[in-house]
Design a protein around this ligand. Structure first.
Ligand SMILES: [Zn+2]
Length: 75
């Protein structure tokens, strides 16, 4: 697959990146994209991925490629 990225020295797919942000497996995930922002913790590159944690929800998540920082657009 061409959408794979490296996060904290591990290869991730959209599904596995979304699962790391969410903390549990997600139903479906979009393609990983580069976020136009830097990590607030370490200044590293940030990836973004949209995913569905359940059939009724769509969440946009962000994850640093270099440290444990992540965030979602949930309230
Ligand atoms: Zn970071």
């Amino acid at each position: 697959m061409s959408g794979n990225r490296v996060v904290q020295d591990r290869m991730v797919t959209a599904d596995s990146l979304a699962a790391r942000i969410e903390g549990e497996p997600v139903m479906e995930a979009d393609t990983i994209e580069d976020a136009d922002r830097a990590c607030p913790d370490c200044g590293g590159d940030v990836l973004t991925v949209g995913y569905m944690p359940s059939v009724t929800a769509f969440v946009t998540g962000w994850k640093c490629q270099d440290c444990d920082w992540s965030e979602t657009d949930r309230d």
